[in-house]
Ligand binder design. Structure first.
Ligand code: NAD
Ligand code: DAU
Length: 351
């Protein structure tokens, strides 16, 4: 019988890359994608694998205890890779409650189901919780986040993710639930919802609209290609030490303004515009409330213990990413019509 693995949030950005990797690489696993399809969930992300025999989609909310219990009972789940979350910091500032519900309560509902269905035999079971580097707070000019860095979340999003991490560890220590956690830096690549910096900027440059840069553009993020995050997740799921945490990062720090300028250069080239044309669209806007200055990950543990390393240099990854959005015009256009317009107006025009 195939081993059933439940992947939550598989219709989202990172989840869809993880689903694709697992479905293609592990024909002996039954991969169950559980997603409620919020504004960020899009089954178009998975059209290439949706008919594979080892893939199944279930539309359900992770906060719905009855539905989640039924999924565990019906499918004999042996492993969970938990990605479903509200993930955008700006939305957490305008609507924290959605983050509390999904990221905290939803995680507890899943933990309870795993505990209930696995309690007689934890052998071969694993609850893998996907988290973020934002739980560690904000760095100054120097230093890196390690697995020992104290938690210091500073936005409703990061506080909700920190809370879920603590709960996952509590279920390990209190009930012996086999768990593993990873905390990753900023991902980029195809299929990312264009509310996040890189796809938003690509879309605006393409349409010759202003590129909104918060504050002075001096905040620093550590960018990792999404398929490299998926490869780390694969490795940690199969080889990670239960009870442990692994940091995942690209060793690739960029000030927002420098990243945007590089993106403008790549876009000018791809759109055959005169050099410097796209940079004229850069527009400094009001800063994000409580905007964390700098994130940077030390992923030595993952590299040394499990032999992981990122596969792409940033310029190559960013070029591939730009090519993906230009090629997948319809994917982007479908998203940026309708509800997205209202979000965009509220976020950028009335600030
Ligand atoms: P995303 O917003 O693109 O996708 C989230 C998915 O979760 C969507 O498909 C959505 O429909 C689903 N979902 C949301 N609420 C749900 C609910 N109540 N029940 C079921 N499904 C629900 O997010 P992403 O950027 O792909 O992030 C995935 C995970 O990785 C999150 O846990 C996030 O915290 C973490 N993470 C993201 C990044 C990043 O740079 N994007 C970095 C580190 C960690
Ligand atoms: O570090 C990991 C985190 O990275 C993940 O946990 C989150 O889910 C993910 O959304 C991301 O959070 P950020 O807030 O860092 O990503 P975002 O793309 O929203 O912003 C990146 C940087 O760019 C940040 O400093 C804010 C800035 N920014 C963002 C937007 C949307 C702008 O200057 N202008 C913008 O319009």
């Amino acid at each position: 019988m195939k081993k059933s693995i439940l992947i939550t949030g598989g219709a989202g950005f990172i989840g869809s890359h993880v689903i694709r990797r697992f479905v293609n690489k592990y024909p002996d696993y039954q991969i169950i994608n559980l997603d409620v399809l919020t504004y960020a969930g899009n089954l178009e992300n998975l059209t290439d694998i949706e008919t594979k025999p080892n893939y199944k989609f279930i539309k359900a909310d992770i906060t719905d205890e009855t539905a989640i219990d039924k999924v565990f009972a019906d499918n004999k789940i042996e492993g969970v890779v938990h990605l479903a979350a509200e993930s955008h910091v700006d939305r957490s500032i305008s609507d924290p409650m959605a983050f509390i519900k999904t990221n905290i309560l939803g995680t507890v509902v899943l933990l309870n189901a795993a505990k209930k269905y696995w309690k007689d035999n934890y052998d071969g079971k694993l609850f893998y919780h996907i988290s973020t580097d934002e739980v560690y707070g904000s760095l100054g000019e120097e230093g890196l986040f390690t697995e020992e860095t104290s938690y210091d979340p500073r936005s409703p999003y990061s506080a909700s993710k920190a809370s879920s991490d603590h709960l996952v560890r509590a279920y390990h220590h209190t009930y012996g639930l086999p768990v593993v956690i990873s905390n990753c830096s900023n991902n980029y690549g195809g299929n990312q919802f264009p509310e996040k910096l890189i796809p938003l900027a690509i879309n605006n440059i393409k349409n010759s609209k202003p590129i909104p840069v918060y504050g002075k553009g001096e905040n620093v993020r550590d960018w990792l290609f999404v398929e490299d995050h998926a490869s780390a997740i694969d490795l940690i799921f199969h080889k990670g030490k239960h009870g442990d945490t692994y940091n995942i990062g690209g060793n690739n720090e960029w000030k927002n303004i420098d990243l945007i300028k590089l993106l403008c250069k790549i876009m000018d080239d791809k759109l055959q515009r005169p050099n410097g044309e796209s940079e004229k669209l850069i527009t400094y806007v009001k800063d994000r409330a409580g905007h964390d200055l700098r994130y940077a990950i030390d992923s030595t543990k993952l590299q040394k213990e499990l032999g992981w390393s990122p596969s792409l240099q940033f310029e190559e990854g960013l070029t591939k990413t730009v090519e993906w959005y230009l090629k997948n015009q319809k994917w982007l256009d479908d998203i940026v019509s309708g509800g997205y317009q209202q979000y965009y107006q509220k976020q950028y025009v009335t600030r």
